[in-house]
Design a protein around this ligand. Structure first.
Ligand code: CA
Length: 239
C-alpha cells in the first residue's frame, strides 16, 4: 500500500517513513502543501491514504484537503493537528479530512489510526452501535428520495448523482438517524460522534448541518428532515 506523508518537519516525516516502510508500506513525502497538490492533482499519483499535517508552508493542510475533495480525490486523510488547537479538528473535518491525531503522538496510536482508515468500511461497522439499532438502520438508508450507503460512504441524491461523504459526515448522519425523532445536542455530537472532549466552539457543527441539508433536503433553507431545535441542537425526522 502507498502512503503520502505531507509534513514539513523533516524528523517527523523521516520517522514515519522509516516505521511505515518497516511495516511494508511504500511511502512518499511532500514537504509543503503545494508539493502535495502537485503530486496528487498534477502528477495524479494514487495513494491508499494521506497523512496530512495542518501547519504547512505554502498551503495549509485544510486547503490541501479542500482542494483534493473539490477535485473528487477521496483518498482517506489522517490529519495531524496541534494538541492545543481543537478548533483545527473541526476545520479539518469541514475541509473533508477523515480522522485526526494530535501531535505529539505515540507511534502505535498513529499506526492504529492509519490502519483504521485503510479499513474504514470495517471500522464503520465496528462502531459501538447496539445490534438492534445497527440492524434497524442497516447499511442502506432511504430518506427524502435519497439513498445513503453507510458502507461505501456514498449518497445517491435522486437526480442520478452520487455524492461522496466523508467519514465524519457519515458518523454524524448515522447518529442523527439512530436518534430519529429526538433532539441531539451539539455537545453530544462533539463528544459521542466525533470523540472531541475539548471545550470547542459548538457552532462549528452548524456548518456540517448546512452541508448535510444540501445533500438531503429539497429546499435546504426550509428543512423538513434535518431540523434545528432551538437552544439544543438538531433533530432528524423520518419520512
Ligand atoms: Ca508543520
Amino acid at each position: 500500500m502507498n502512503i503520502l506523508i505531507v509534513e514539513d518537519e523533516q524528523h517527523i516525516a523521516d520517522g514515519l517513513r522509516f516505521n511505515l516502510e518497516a511495516e511494508g508500506f511504500a511511502v512518499e513525502i511532500a514537504s509543503d502543501g503545494r508539493h502535495a497538490l502537485d503530486v496528487l492533482l498534477v502528477e495524479k499519483k494514487a495513494f491508499d491514504a494521506i497523512v496530512l499535517d495542518v501547519m504547512l508552508p505554502e498551503l495549509s493542510g485544510f486547503t490541501v484537503a479542500k482542494k483534493l475533495r473539490e477535485a473528487d480525490v477521496f483518498t482517506p486523510i489522517l490529519m495531524l493537528t496541534a494538541r492545543s488547537r481543537p478548533e483545527d479538528v473541526l476545520l479539518g473535518f469541514e475541509a473533508g479530512t477523515d480522522d485526526y491525531l494530535p501531535k505529539p503522538f505515540e507511534l502505535s496510536i498513529f499506526m492504529a489510526r492509519l490502519n483504521g482508515l485503510l479499513r474504514r468500511r470495517e471500522w464503520l461497522q465496528r462502531e459501538k452501535v447496539s445490534e438492534k439499532v445497527a440492524s434497524a438502520i442497516d447499511k442502506i438508508y432511504v430518506v427524502g428520495g435519497r439513498t445513503i450507503d453507510f458502507e461505501n460512504l456514498e449518497l445517491w441524491n435522486g437526480a442520478g448523482e452520487i455524492v461522496k461523504l466523508t467519514l465524519m459526515e457519515v458518523k454524524l448522519l448515522r447518529h442523527l438517524i439512530e436518534n430519529a425523532g429526538k433532539a441531539v445536542s451539539r455537545k453530544t455530537i462533539l463528544e459521542e460522534v466525533w470523540d472531541l472532549h475539548e471545550d470547542t466552539d459548538t457552532r462549528a457543527i452548524d456548518n456540517f448541518i448546512v452541508r448535510l441539508r444540501k445533500y438531503l433536503e429539497d429546499e435546504p433553507n426550509n428543512p423538513r428532515i434535518l431540523l434545528t431545535v432551538r437552544g439544543v441542537g438538531y433533530k432528524f425526522v423520518k419520512d
